[in-house]
Design a protein around this ligand. Structure first.
Ligand SMILES: [Zn+2]
Length: 88
């Protein structure tokens, strides 16, 4: 028996924001940081900059990380105090 076509599609789910807004802004080498080196991150929503972290590898870091300050939410970024430019 032939399968009947679906004439009505389910409505699409609301688009969800990617919470990963922390992207690499600087990378380098440090003693003991093999094999991937160290990286710093900057948030594209709130401008928060992190200190140096050991990198998990290029492919993983390209996906970004979740910002500890705004969690990728623009409303939280507006409410948060201005970013400190030191190592936090
Ligand atoms: Zn942020």
């Amino acid at each position: 028996m032939a399968q009947q076509l679906h004439l009505w599609r389910k409505p699409r789910a609301e688009p969800s924001r990617n919470p990963r807004t922390l992207f690499v802004c600087d990378a380098g080498d440090a003693p003991g940081s093999e094999p991937h080196g160290v990286v710093r991150f900057e948030c594209v929503e709130c401008g928060h900059q992190t200190g140096w972290f050991r990198s998990r590898g290029v492919e993983l870091e390209k996906k970004g990380r979740v910002c500890p300050r705004c969690q990728g939410d623009p409303e939280r970024a507006a409410a948060a105090p201005p970013p400190d430019r030191g190592d936090a």
